[in-house]
Design a protein. Structure first.
Length: 415
């Protein structure tokens, strides 16, 4: 990336400030004037956000709501998060928790504490764009690990590390309903990863925004359950996917000694997380609303996942291979057969013209691979909208694959 700006001597690290295709799609979509089915952002739709409850807690305006707060987080919120973790059977302690500005700040703090320029970080391929982006911003050497239907192929890691000639300092994983593949790391691989981290003197950055959204299958114990109190595990969590992304509130759960360092890091960034939003969430959790809300989300997301897979199968048959997530937001599509040669970055403008948005596969890798794959989010749209969106995606794919002439059946400007 060329970051030279005449007259400004930039830091070397700006070479690695790559930006996020996912985040940029928010502005791109906001600027569109025609109707678009939104399969792009990993966000709950407005109808699933308890905004009336939030408004009530906001207007209650508790004392100190507009003050600076403790960097550790609002004590009432830390207490509520701790109680939630206990209900979920996750061993923790308030001394391990640090409230952050979303999951992204948790990732940033984790990489900031661990990575010097050139240090190796193992990431899943594909993985969350901003995870790679954050590691890269600290000039990490990114080492990609392949995945299958049980998540990262941990068995391959020793060979991959040997070939790279460098042991990793951090392993970045999204263990549940991974973004973007929707797959879940098996228990045996989690155990293996804990052993490898020990062997390599490395830290596991366990980024799990979707774990509470399991709507099918059996719970797989988390790293903190398999190895309670292990200082090699940094848990990055967020309310973005279970409450609302615009709140920008999440938390880190990490060894108390590391937490003090994380607090120092946060103090050099933003002093404390947004106080009104911490009060709103603390009030919401105190009322005991979260567990019922999560149960409702699981029902709706299961219905939407089934609808999405049904529509994809009906429209594309064997020309598209899909994953089958047991929770979370995402299905990963691999183009096959008649669509095998379609490049999903090149497809994107046609899809947008037809009125549907998704994220192209290469956005999820450091190496720019997965050109014939894409991510769709089923969480944002009703089953009716999902049907409409898949139909529009089909029209764009047919056009791009040369199966129909450009413009035939296009929805451009229709709505
Ligand atoms: C795997 C993963 N980690 C972290 C985040 C960022 O969370 P937040 O929006 O709370 O910063 C996301 C959001 O898409 C995500 O999918």
């Amino acid at each position: 990336m060329n970051t030279s700006i005449p007259g400004i001597r930039l830091a070397a690290r700006t070479e690695r400030l790559t930006g996020s295709v996912i985040d940029s799609s928010t502005a791109l979509l906001a600027s569109q004037t025609h109707d678009i089915v939104r399969f792009a952002m990993g966000a709950p739709n407005a109808d699933l956000i308890p905004s009336a409850d939030f408004a009530r807690h906001f207007t209650a305006s508790p004392e100190g709501m507009y003050d600076y707060g403790a960097t550790e987080g609002l004590p009432e919120l830390v207490k509520e998060v701790h109680e939630y973790l206990l209900r979920e059977g996750v061993p923790s302690d308030p001394e391990r928790l640090l409230i952050t500005t979303g999951g992204m700040q948790g990732l940033d703090i984790a990489f900031k504490m661990l990575i010097d320029p050139g240090d190796a970080v193992i990431v899943e391929a594909p993985t969350y764009t901003n995870g790679i982006g954050t590691a890269s911003s600290y000039q990490a050497r990114i080492i990609e690990a392949p995945m299958d239907e049980n998540g990262m192929i941990v068995e391959d890691l020793p060979d991959i590390v040997a070939a790279a000639g460098q042991t990793p300092k951090a392993i970045y994983t999204i263990p549940n309903f991974q973004n973007p593949s929707g797959t879940t790391l098996s228990e045996s691989r989690r155990r293996m990863l804990l052993e490898l981290a020990e062997q390599w003197d490395a830290v596991i950055i366990d980024d799990d925004p979707y774990g509470a959204l399991r709507f099918e299958g059996k719970h797989v114990p988390g790293f903190a359950q398999l190895s309670p109190g292990n200082p090699r595990v940094i848990q990055v969590r967020t309310f973005s996917k279970v409450l609302a992304p615009g709140l920008r509130v999440g938390w880190l759960d990490l060894d108390p000694a590391l937490r003090q360092l994380a607090i120092n890091a946060k103090q050099a960034m933003d002093t404390c997380t947004n106080m009104p939003m911490q009060h709103v969430i603390a009030g919401y959790l105190r009322e005991g609303s979260l567990d019922d809300h999560l149960a409702g989300l699981r029902t709706v997301y299961r219905e939407r996942k089934i609808a999405m897979r049904h529509e994809l199968s009906a429209r594309f048959g064997d020309d598209v291979q899909t994953t089958d997530p047991e929770g979370g937001f995402f299905i990963w599509l691999t183009l096959k057969g008649r669509y095998a040669e379609v490049d999903t970055e090149e497809l994107f403008p046609a899809a947008l013209r037809h009125g549907v948005a998704y994220i192209p596969g290469p956005a999820f890798t450091h190496s720019g691979t997965f050109r014939h794959a894409l991510r769709v989010c089923f969480a944002t749209s009703t089953p009716e909208r999902i049907a409409e969106g898949v139909e529009r995606l089909g029209a764009a794919l047919d056009e791009q694959a040369g199966l129909v002439s450009a413009g035939a059946g296009s929805q451009a400007g229709a709505k």
